[in-house]
Design a protein around this ligand. Sequence first.
Ligand SMILES: CC(C)(COP(=O)(O)OP(=O)(O)OC[C@H]1O[C@@H](n2cnc3c(N)ncnc32)[C@H](O)[C@@H]1OP(=O)(O)O)[C@@H](O)C(=O)NCCC(=O)NCCS
Length: 146
Amino acid sequence: MFLITINSCVIIKKLDNSVIKRKIKMNFEKTAIGIDIEEVKRFENKTIDNSSDFLKRIYTVKELEYCFSKKIAAQSLCARYCAKEAVVKALSDLKITDVYYSDIEILNTNKGVPQVKINKYPDIKVKVSLSHTKKYACANAIVYLH
Ligand SMILES: CC(C)(COP(=O)(O)OP(=O)(O)OC[C@H]1O[C@@H](n2cnc3c(N)ncnc32)[C@H](O)[C@@H]1OP(=O)(O)O)[C@@H](O)C(=O)NCCC(=O)NCCS
């Protein structure tokens, strides 16, 4: 399959040589991206008891339940921190500067795909992708305003 973009159109040539033409609907003035990477060690040894202020400032109750259900909570905490930071960066590019980490909730579907909700702005569409290793976690985000 080949994909060519010309003048706001995507032209997809399939393997059987048939061609599909689709208009691109993305409005760049309403779209922004963000990215972040952090060291996992910053999130190690955190528990609800010894770090509750830090955790509550950043994560929702459901996010904490999810992260602490994982074998290595620090990696999931770190990845979500990166995703929140990436969302904040993208929002800032769209001149939205009143969203804090705890306003952003990242929960996974039953297939593992992270979904984002911004409590203050339920209509803002956000996509994130997370990744983590022993040492680092990273995430990127795309934000789209209607
Ligand atoms: C999806 C997949 C490629 C992720 O690979 P991975 O190396 O384990 O992932 P990384 O360590 O880079 O990143 C982990 C993060 O990926 C995200 N993730 C997990 N599954 C995902 C999926 N299906 N789609 C998008 N993101 C996914 C999660 O946010 C996860 O972080 P979390 O555990 O803190 O929630 C892997 O789980 C896989 O191959 N799964 C089998 C295929 C599959 O499930 N396909 C989708 C359903 S058809």
